[in-house]
Design a protein around this ligand. Structure first.
Ligand code: ADP
Ligand code: MG
Length: 713
C-alpha cells in the first residue's frame, strides 16, 4: 500500500542509532559541533575545490543538509569576502530573515553587522556586512543601480528549484554578469534532482551533490477522498499525539486562515481530552508558521519542546524546503497549497488553492525522515497522487503577472522581452498582456519603450499600478495622502479582529470610515495614529496592530526617500484631504479594476463582466445606496469574489484614465439597452470561464501525456 518497508534495510539499525545521536546531539552540543554534524561538512573541502575551479556551480542537497546556512560561511572562511561580499538570495522573506539570524548566531556577530539581510522595505545590513541574505527581488532591483553587481564576489541563488518569478529572471540576468565578469562566481542550489535544467542553462556547469543523510518514511494514503482536510488533519494529529511514539508533528496547510482554524481546533480538542482523562496527558505544543506571522512568533518553531511534550507545527509550504525544523517524525499532508495565478484574460493575479505536485508531496514527506525513520499521512488517495497531481510545479513565471518584471527588463535595455534568455520562457500571451497593461498605465510608449513615467515607476519597488498612483498623486497635488495609502496597502492588514471581540472591533473600525472609500479609510487610520504620536496604547484601544502600522511608517519613509531621488516635490501634510483628487489618483491606477453596481453590494467588472462583491468590512458596504461605480485594489477569492479595498469613482474619471476601455454614453441609456448589454456580458463571461476551464484541462492532459511518454521510454 505504498509503504516503504524499511525493516529489510540492513542499514536500518545504524540509521536508528544515527538518528538518536542526531537529536541528542542538537540538545547537548555547541553550535560549532552542530555545524560539523551537517552533511555538507563532510564534503566541505571537495566543494570548495569545485568552486575554485568553476565559475558557475549547481549544488544539490537534501533539505537540511546545510546549504543555506553553511555555504556562505565556507565561502567567507575561504577568503571570498576579502574583496567583495557573499550574497545569498531566497524566494521567501521569512527564510531570508530567519536564516540570517541563525548564521549571525553561528558566527557570533550581531545581526546586521557581519551578517545581515535585506527584504523589500527593510535593510538590516551595515558597512561591515560580508554575508548578505536577501530576497531574490532585492538583488533583482540592485541590478538596476549596478548591472554588474560589482560589490558581490559570489552570489548563491538558493532554492532555485522553487522557480520563483524573481529567481527565474535573475538567472537570466546573472548569466550575462557571469559572461562579463571573470572574477564573479555563481552558485545555484536546489533541493531536488531536477538540477539538470540549471546546468544546461549555464552551458554544462558542474553539479555537486551533497550526500544525503535521510531515513525512510512510510507513506499512508487515505482510503477515500477527504471532505474537510482541516478537520481530518486535526484528528490525525491528535491520534498520533495520544497513541504514537516519540517525535514531533508537522502539518501542511494552505494559508493563514486554515492554520489558525487548525491550531484553534487542536487546542480545543486537547483541552477536552485533558479535562476528561483520568491519566496524565502529555502536553502538545501547537506552533503556527506562515509568512505574515510576526517574527518573534516565527522563531518559536525552532524551540525545543520540554521533556515529555510534543511539538506540532502547522505550516504553509514554507516548511517544504525553505525552513527546516529538526525532530519531525510525523508529517500530515493535506495535498494542497496556495499559488499565485495570473489570468491574462481577466488581467489579474489571484491567490488560489491548488493540489500540490508530486515533487512537492515527496518533499513534504521527506521532512519526517530527517533524524529517524518517520511516517507521512497523506490526506488524499493514492489514485489522486498518481493521476491527479502534476509531476512538477508550474514555474511562477508561467503563471503570474509580469508587470514589474517587464518594466525592469525594459530598464535594463532588454528591448525584445520575448527573446530574453529565460530558463523556461513565460507564455507569450502573458508577456504581451503585461506590456499592454504597462502601455495602458503610460509606462511604455507606442514603440514599447519606457516613457519618462515608466523610468520613474521602475525605481519604485511597487506593483506598477501602485507606482502610477503615487505619480498621479504628485500631478494632482495629493501626493501626501496617496503616499500614505500606498504604504498602507503594502502591509497585510492593520486592523485587529479577535474572534471573541468581533463586534467591538468592527465598531472601532467603522469610526475610521470614509463612506466613499476604503483607501481613504486607511489614510484616516494612519493620520489619526500620527496625530496620537504613533502611540501603541492608542492602537490597542482602537483594535489596530501597532507592529503593522510601524511597518507602514517605515515603508512610507523609504518611499519618500526614493521619491526625493526622483526629484518629486513632496508637499506638507494637508489638514483635510481633497477626497475627489485622491479618488481620482486611485482611479488612474486601478481603472482596469472598475466595477459597476448590479444589486445591493453586488457589482460586475466593467471590462470582463466578472461578478464581484463588496466585502462586509468595506466602508462602502453599509451605505444606504451603493455607489454606481467603484475601483478596487484586488479581488480575493474566498466564498465569493470579494473586492479588497474599494473606492467610489465617477464614470468620467474612468473615461479619462482608461479611454481605451471606457467612454461615457451621451445618449439615453434605455432600460432595454442596459438589459441587453448585461445579458451580453453574462454570455461573454460564461464563454470566458468555459474557455479557461477547457484550456486548463487541456494543459493538464498534455502534461500527463508527456509524463506517460517519458515513463514508457
Ligand atoms: P538546507 O539549506 O540545506 O536546507 P540549512 O542550512 O537551512 O539546510 O539548515 C541546516 C541546519 O540548520 C538544519 O538542521 C536546521 O534545523 C538548522 N537551522 C536553520 N535555521 C535555524 C534556526 N533559525 N534555528 C535553529 N536551527 C536552525
Ligand atoms: Mg535551504
Amino acid at each position: 500500500d505504498g509503504e516503504i518497508d524499511f525493516k529489510e534495510d540492513a542499514k536500518f539499525a545504524q540509521h536508528m542509532k544515527d538518528g538518536e545521536a542526531a537529536s541528542e546531539f542538537a540538545k547537548s552540543k555547541t553550535i560549532s559541533q552542530q555545524r560539523q554534524f551537517l552533511p555538507i561538512y563532510s564534503v566541505r573541502d571537495d566543494l570548495l575545490q569545485v568552486i575554485r575551479e568553476n565559475q558557475v556551480i549547481v549544488v544539490v542537497g537534501e533539505t537540511g543538509s546545510g546549504k543555506t546556512t553553511q555555504l556562505t560561511q565556507y565561502l567567507h572562511e575561504e577568503g571570498y569576502t576579502v574583496n567583495g561580499i557573499v550574497g545569498c538570495t531566497q524566494p521567501r522573506r521569512v527564510a531570508a530573515m530567519s536564516v540570517a539570524k541563525r548564521v549571525s548566531e553561528e558566527m557570533e556577530t550581531e545581526l546586521g553587522d557581519k551578517v545581515g539581510y535585506a527584504i523589500r522595505f527593510e535593510d538590516v545590513t551595515g558597512p561591515n556586512t560580508i554575508i548578505k541574505y536577501m530576497t531574490d527581488g532585492v538583488l533583482m532591483r540592485e541590478t538596476l543601480r549596478d548591472s554588474d553587481l560589482d560589490k558581490y564576489r559570489v552570489v548563491v541563488m538558493d532554492e532555485a528549484h522553487e522557480r520563483s518569478l524573481n529567481t527565474d529572471v535573475l538567472l537570466g540576468i546573472l548569466k550575462t554578469v557571469v559572461a562579463r565578469r571573470r572574477d564573479f562566481k555563481l552558485i545555484v542550489t536546489s533541493a531536488t534532482l531536477d538540477a539538470q535544467k540549471f546546468r544546461n542553462f549555464f552551458g554544462s556547469a558542474p553539479i555537486f551533490e551533497i550526500p544525503g543523510r535521510t531515513f525512510p518514511v512510510s507513506i499512508r494514503y487515505s482510503k477515500t477522498p477527504c471532505e474537510d482536510y482541516v478537520e481530518a488533519a486535526v484528528k490525525e494529529a491528535i491520534t498520533i499525539h495520544i497513541t504514537g511514539t516519540q517525535g514531533d508533528i508537522l502539518i501542511f496547510m494552505t494559508g493563514q486562515d486554515e492554520i489558525e482554524a487548525a491550531c484553534y481546533a487542536l487546542s480545543e480538542r486537547m483541552e477536552q481530552i485533558i479535562s476528561t482523562s483520568v491519566k496524565e496527558v502529555p502536553k502538545l505544543l501547537i506552533l503556527p508558521i506562515y509568512s505574515q506571522l510576526p517574527a518573534d512568533l516565527q522563531a518559536k518553531i525552532f524551540q525545543k519542546a520540554e521533556d515529555g511534550a510534543r511539538k506540532c507545527v502547522v505550516a504553509t509550504n514554507i516548511a517544504e524546503t525553505s525552513l527546516t525544523v529538526d525532530g519531525i517524525s510525523y508529517v500530515i499532508d493535506t495535498g494542497y497549497g496556495k499559488m499565485k495565478v495570473y489570468n491574462p484574460k481577466m488581467g489579474m493575479d489571484a491567490l488560489q488553492v491548488f493540489p500540490i505536485s508530486q515533487t512537492a508531496a515527496s518533499q513534504r514527506a521527506g521532512r519526517a525522515g530527517r533524524t529517524k525513520p518517520g511516517t507521512c499521512y497523506r490526506l488524499y488517495t493514492e489514485n489522486a497522487y498518481l493521476n491527479e497531481m502534476l509531476p512538477n510545479p508550474v514555474p511562477e513565471i508561467q503563471r503570474t503577472n509580469l508587470g514589474y518584471v517587464v518594466l525592469l527588463l525594459k530598464s535594463l535595455q532588454v528591448d525584445k522581452i520575448l527573446d530574453f534568455d529565460f530558463v523556461d520562457p513565460p507564455p507569450k500571451d502573458n508577456i504581451l498582456h503585461s506590456m499592454y497593461q504597462l502601455w495602458v498605465l503610460g509606462a511604455l510608449n507606442n514603440e514599447g519603450r519606457l516613457t519618462d513615467q515608466g523610468w520613474k515607476m521602475v525605481e519604485l519597488p511597487l506593483d506598477p499600478p501602485l507606482a502610477k498612483m503615487l505619480l498621479m498623486g504628485e500631478k494632482l497635488g495629493c501626493l501626501d495622502e496617496v503616499l500614505t495609502i500606498v504604504s498602507m496597502l503594502s502591509v497585510p492588514s492593520v486592523f485587529f479582529r479577535p474572534k471573541d471581540r468581533a463586534e467591538e472591533s468592527d465598531a472601532a473600525r467603522e469610526k475610521f470610515s470614509f463612506p466613499e472609500s476604503d483607501h481613504l479609510t486607511l489614510y484616516n487610520v494612519y493620520q489619526q495614529w500620527e496625530r496620537h504620536q504613533y502611540r501603541g496604547d492608542w492602537c490597542d484601544d482602537h483594535f489596530l496592530q501597532v507592529k503593522e502600522l510601524r511597518k507602514v511608517r517605515e515603508v512610507r519613509s523609504q518611499l519618500l526617500e526614493i521619491l526625493k531621488t526622483l526629484k518629486v516635490k513632496v508637499p506638507l501634510t494637508s489638514y483635510w484631504p481633497d477626497t475627489d483628487k485622491v479618488r481620482q489618483a486611485i482611479c488612474s491606477a486601478y481603472f482596469q479594476n472598475a466595477a459597476r453596481l448590479k444589486g445591493v453590494g453586488e457589482y460586475v467588472n466593467c471590462r470582463t463582466g466578472m461578478p464581484c462583491y463588496l466585502h462586509p468590512s468595506s466602508a462602502l458596504y453599509g451605505m444606504g445606496c451603493n455607489p454606481e461605480y467603484v475601483v478596487y485594489h484586488e479581488l480575493v477569492l474566498t466564498r465569493k469574489e470579494y473586492m479588497q479595498c474599494a473606492t467610489a469613482v465617477e464614470p468620467q474619471w474612468l473615461a479619462e484614465s482608461g479611454p481605451m476601455f471606457y467612454y461615457v454614453k451621451e445618449s439615453d441609456n434605455s432600460m432595454l439597452e442596459h438589459k441587453k448589454r448585461q445579458k451580453g456580458e453574462k454570455t461573454a463571461m460564461q464563454a470566458e470561464m468555459e474557455n479557461l476551464r477547457r484550456a486548463g484541462a487541456e494543459a493538464e492532459k498534455a502534461s500527463k501525456q508527456k509524463e506517460r511518454e517519458k515513463r514508457s521510454k
